[in-house]
Design a protein around this ligand. Structure first.
Ligand code: ADP
Length: 305
């Protein structure tokens, strides 16, 4: 097993705000690791420390085999970075955008790299169109091609598909999986559950702390959450009534149904007992990743000083 990321005890504060708290993680090369958690919980700060863009206050470790403190430049050179607000030059053509990136990075084999990227994107025939004329999904794919033109070994994606429609998201993810299959390690922050489920593994961060880690199935299993799925006419209207009752930690509409979850099975079952009657039907289901995240989020807030 080759580790692309192997860091321990990372801390970062901005002023008196402790944004990343004793963060440790290992990620195997060629894996797609999703970073999830509430806004402001330190995901971006963590990602930036992992690729040498930001120096931690303390902690140690390696990315791509290089020391994150002493060899940050080596890591940066081998990292691709794409954020939600990716930069494309709308008044340059598709090909010119890639050529521009190739020059900024001082890459060799520029013509060849751009041709390969265009071919891979299926944009060779449209190479001379203005990038500004592309749809949102295509712009995003062009930005990804641009971020990987220097053939990085680590790819950081910071909420890369915010505001992109589901079909374009799927295409984008197919591409990410292809890159990972070629050995690229991908760290991606996201708020979308479907994206979280597409990651090989997940890291859930809350208030700067890593509080859940593993495959989606492992994170669900480790939660010890018990979830009941309720159906019946307007069962969703029970949400307000159930919330705050003993054993009920989260209540979430699930289409026309309701998911009621908690870690204390006995208390949860006792609370639901009066509702186990016509016209409602209840059955226990496997919690979804979303059920688990909602629980993690509310739990963390309760414990936050
Ligand atoms: P996330 O990506 O989970 O939304 P961030 O890592 O962007 O979280 O931010 C975590 C916290 O750190 C936020 O409160 C943010 O305002 C603060 N923060 C991030 N970068 C800086 C900075 N350069 N200077 C001061 N505060 C910052």
């Amino acid at each position: 097993m080759t580790l692309a990321i192997d860091v321990a005890g990372l801390n970062k504060s901005f002023g008196d705000k402790h944004v990343v708290n004793d963060f440790s993680i290992q990620v195997e090369a060629g894996r797609i690791c999703g970073f999830l958690g509430p806004n402001g919980s330190g995901k971006t700060t963590t990602l930036r420390m992992l690729c040498g863009l930001l120096t931690p206050d303390s902690g140690r470790g390696e990315a791509l085999g290089f020391d994150i403190l002493r060899e940050a430049d080596e890591i940066k050179r081998r990292t691709g970075y794409m954020t939600q607000k990716f930069s494309l030059y709308e008044d340059l053509t598709i090909a010119e955008n890639l050529q521009f990136t190739a020059r900024v990075y001082g890459l060799d084999r520029r013509t060849e790299r751009v041709a390969v990227a265009l071919d891979r994107l299926g944009l060779t025939a449209r190479r001379d169109q203005l990038a500004g004329a592309l749809s949102g999904g295509w712009k995003q794919r062009l930005a990804l091609a641009s971020a990987t033109l220097h053939e990085p070994r680590l790819l950081l994606l910071d909420e890369p598909t915010a505001g992109v429609d589901p079909k374009a998201r799927r295409t984008f993810w197919d591409e990410i999986h292809m890159l990972a299959a070629e050995g690229l390690t991908v760290l991606v922050s996201t708020h979308y559950m479907d994206e979280a489920e597409r990651c090989h593994e997940i890291a859930y961060i809350s208030y700067g702390r890593l509080i859940a880690r593993g495959t989606a199935q492992e994170v669900v299993a480790a939660s010890n959450l018990v979830t009941f799925h309720g159906e019946g006419p307007q069962v969703d209207r029970l949400a307000q009534e159930l919330l705050g009752k003993p054993g009920v930690e989260t209540v979430a509409p699930f289409g026309a149904a309701l998911h009621v979850s908690g870690a204390d099975r006995a208390a949860l079952e006792a609370t639901l007992q009066p509702f186990r009657r016509d016209p409602y039907r209840w059955r226990e289901v496997q919690p979804t990743l979303e059920d688990v995240f909602i629980q993690l989020m509310s739990g963390a807030q309760d414990n936050y000083p």
